[in-house]
Each structure stands twice: as C-alpha cells, then as structure tokens.
Design a protein around this ligand. Structure first.
Ligand SMILES: *[C@@H]1O[C@H](CO)[C@@H](O)[C@H](O)[C@H]1NC(C)=O
Ligand SMILES: *[C@@H]1O[C@H](CO)[C@@H](O)[C@H](O)[C@H]1NC(C)=O
Ligand SMILES: *[C@@H]1O[C@H](CO)[C@@H](O)[C@H](O)[C@H]1NC(C)=O
Ligand SMILES: [Zn+2]
Length: 430
C-alpha cells in the first residue's frame, strides 16, 4: 500500500502509559477556579521582551533575547534594547522554547453516553498552564456528514483560549463522504483523516473501506491516521473477560492483544467513569494528559539525560508543526513565527495533583508525580497567559489554524510509487 500511515506520537503514548497510575477521589476541588477571564491583558501584552534565556529550536540553541509584538516574534538576537512600555521577562538560566503542540486530544467529545469533562475552555486553559499552546482535536461527523460535524466543532471551539486545528474522523464510506473529504481539504484547512479499525458498531470501518480511504487521502495530499486494533478481536476478548467474571477496569487491558495501547487527553471524571461500574466495557475510555505532557517528557527524557533540549523541542512541537504543514509559523522561535512561547526553569520542580491541576476532572492519573523542570511562563498568541502560577485566559482568543495538504511526508511519494510499480514488472522466468 503506497499511502502512508501515520501513527501519532508513539513516544508520548509510551510516556502516558508508563507513568504511574493512581487516582485521588477525595478532592473534588481543582485549579479550574483560578482560570479567569481578563480582557485587560491586552494592554500589557502587545510588546514583550524575553531577556537572556537559552533560546531552543529543533536545529539550534543560543543565548539570546526574544522580542514579541502583536502576536508575532519580531526579533531573536542578543542584547535587544527596548523602551519602558515593554513587558520584560528575565529568562537568564532558563530555556525559551516554542510552546508544545498536542496533536491528539478530545475536548467536549460525545462518547460512550457522556461528554468529556474538559471543553475547549478548560482543556486549553489546562494545556497553557502546562506549556502547550496549540492542540489538534478530532472532529466526529454528525448527522452522517463531515460538514455538519465540522460546523458543530467550530461552535464548540468558540470559547477556545489558544490556537487549534482539526483532524476529521471517517466513520463510513460512500461517494458523498469522498466528495466531502475533498471539500474539507480544499476549503476547511483539514489535512488529516482518522480511520478506526476498532470500536465495532460505532466508528469502526472494515478493511475494504479503509483501503479506499487511504487511497483518497493520498490523492488529496492528506495524512491518514489509523487506530490500529483489531475490532473483532477486541469484542471476542471482551466477551471472554465478562465470561470469566472479570468486570473491573483491568478487563479493558486484558481484552486487548498484549501490546501498548495509546491514550490521549480524553478526560472523564469519577462520576462519569462510574457508568461502567460492574462492566468495564461501559467505562468511558480516556485519561488526562494535555497539561502534564510537557513536564513529563522534560523530566523523563531531558532531565534524565536521554535527549537534548533541542530534541525536546523537536518531539513536542517542531515535528508536529512540520508533519501538519504549519512550520515555521508554529514549532519555532524564529522571526516571523507566531508568538507561542514558553519559559522553562530547569532547576524548579513540578508536582502533579488533581488539587492543583486545571482540568475540570476530580482525578489525575499522574496524581503525586513529581519531577524537575517547570514551565514558569506561557505566551500564547503574544499574550502572557501563565505566569507566577496564575492563568489569565480569554475565551475566544484562540484561532483556528488551517493546515494545508501535501506536507513534507509527501515529498518523493510519486518516485517511491514509480519504483514500486517498476519492481512489479520484474521478469519472471517460467
Ligand atoms: C540552574 O542551574 C544551573 C546549573 O547550576 C545554572 O547555571 C542556572 O543559572 C540555573 N538557572 C536558574 C534559573 O536558576
Ligand atoms: C442533526 O440533525 C438534527 C435534525 O435535523 C438537528 O436538530 C441537529 O441540530 C443536527 N445536529 C448537528 C450537529 O448538526
Ligand atoms: C462529573 O461531571 C458531571 C457532569 O458535568 C457532574 O454532574 C458530576 O457532579 C461530576 N462529578 C464529580 C465528582 O465532579
Ligand atoms: Zn484519541
């Protein structure tokens, strides 16, 4: 099959899986109440100078100042001199990096009889507190059409507090859907489609339709993403667990083949999870992660010495921006890039808890996890939205980012196809 499959962020998924899993059910309060609307921010937010930090890009690291004006990075060089009306952030001894891009989150999603607890306001506010400045959500079709699904997600996103993009989920296949895919790519800024080989009876499609979908994606220059589990196998596995009397949440993992299954920010609170009391098949699947991702990856990978700060920027931001064809507007600290910037103090520590997090959920799968490296400042679209442990976000300030087709993964795809076809003509001796 010549079309390319893209399995998102295996590293992130691994991290999410390997992190400790415990929940706190005793603390219904959370940090959400500290989120506030603050329209006055704009006065001080137009011009910002980040001084003397180590500016980290995927390809390069240097000590420099970063000057921001009207949402754009205007200048990156040492010793920038500015007037008194500019907000100055001292970043000496700290890292100045592009904000994270989370390519996989589900905010305000209808799923398994309920709706994820974080919407575009609380989920994105949580993201900003954790150093992520853009996320890409998954639009589910509604009323059988992609356009109607797209329209309903645009409404959900009206309260967004940071930039966002969309992937589109394909749950069935016919000529009308095929035409709509084209419209989504050409007019609506969607350049990726997701196909499910699992969730039989809801979003799962069969292999024949999957292959047609992959061909269509290729012709449109769009990425195909596949949730690659055997849906029929999962149903048989689930049945077996229930027959054995295993009805608790462990049945979810036991009913799958013994491989790591990814997860993503798709949060349900303890009341919602209890929908599956006595039958794990009815527990809405998903856990938090949008706020924790940047800290966990820094601590697990950079602090431990496995990767460099530049690698960190590449895997949390730059590569995603390149794959989804929005680099260098996103994913870089360069002149002309969007001012989505974080300042991380490598000497400060973090501690994750449902008491202090910004998700609306009453539990956190990483409860009690501590580590080194703390996002102390987040700048989103040129506004300081996270500083001194305070979130100041404005509903509606996030922009929809259109993502054009034919990203760099398509480079050379025609030549690769030609080579493959030529190889089929190899002379067979009879
Ligand atoms: C963090 O520690 C390093 C090594 O001791 C030091 O060079 C750096 O200035 C410190 N940064 C901050 C912000 O304290
Ligand atoms: C689906 O169709 C129904 C009936 O026409 C309508 O009330 C509803 O708003 C539609 N949903 C969406 C998301 O467009
Ligand atoms: C979980 O969310 C639901 C829906 O918003 C709400 O009714 C319920 O009280 C919440 N439960 C907890 C423990 O916060
Ligand atoms: Zn997902």
């Amino acid at each position: 099959m010549a079309s390319r499959l893209l399995l998102l962020s295996p590293l992130i998924l691994l991290l999410l899986i390997s992190a400790s899993r415990s929940t706190s059910d005793s603390n219904p309060t959370n940090g959400f109440c500290s989120v506030e609307d603050d329209a006055e921010l704009s006065s001080s937010s137009g011009r910002i100078l980040i001084k003397q930090g180590t500016v980290v890009n995927a390809h390069h690291m240097e000590v420099a100042d970063v000057y921001i004006e009207d949402g754009i990075i205007v200048s990156v060089r040492p010793n920038i001199v500015v007037g008194d009306d500019v907000k100055v952030i001292d970043a000496a001894g700290k890292y100045v990096m592009p904000g994270g891009i989370d390519p996989h989150a589900h905010l305000e999603m209808d799923f398994m009889g309920t709706v994820t607890i974080d919407d575009f306001y609380t989920g994105q506010a949580a993201a900003l507190a954790g150093g992520t400045t853009m996320h890409i959500d998954f639009v589910n079709p509604s009323n059988g059409t992609l356009s109607s699904g797209f329209a309903s997600y645009k409404v959900k996103a009206e309260k967004s507090v940071m930039d966002y993009g969309f992937h589109m989920v394909i749950t069935k296949w016919d000529d009308a859907i095929s035409e709509e895919m084209e419209l989504m790519v050409k007019e609506n800024g969607i350049n990726s489609f997701k196909f499910f080989m699992a969730y039989k009876g809801s979003v799962m499609i069969n292999d024949e339709l999957l292959l047609q979908g992959l061909e269509k994606c290729k012709s449109l220059g769009a990425l195909a993403m596949v949730h690659a589990e055997n849906g029929d196998g999962v149903v048989v596995g689930q049945r077996r667990m229930i027959d054995l009397g295993i009805t608790g949440p462990e049945g979810h993992a036991l009913s799958r083949p013994p491989v790591l299954v990814g997860t993503d920010h798709c949060t349900f609170n303890s009341t919602q999870k209890s929908l599956g009391y006595g039958d794990f098949r009815k527990i809405p699947n998903g856990v938090n992660g949008i706020e924790e991702r940047m800290h966990l990856i820094w601590d697990t990978m950079v602090e431990s010495g496995k990767i460099t700060a530049s690698d960190y920027v590449r895997i949390t931001s730059t590569e995603c921006a390149k794959i989804f064809n929005i680099y260098p507007r996103k994913g870089a600290i360069l002149e002309g890039s969007d001012a989505d910037v974080i300042v991380l103090n490598p000497n400060a520590s973090f501690r994750i808890s449902a008491i202090s997090h910004h998700s609306r959920s009453d539990t956190n799968v990483y409860e009690g996890r501590t580590g080194k490296g703390k996002v102390e400042v987040t700048i989103s679209g040129g506004r300081v939205v996270w500083e001194d442990e305070n979130l100041k976000v404005t509903a509606g300030s996030g922009k929809y980012i259109k993502m054009p087709p034919f990203g760099y993964l398509f480079n050379g795809i025609d030549q690769a196809d030609a080579r493959y076809l030529a190889s089929l003509n190899a002379h067979v001796l009879r």
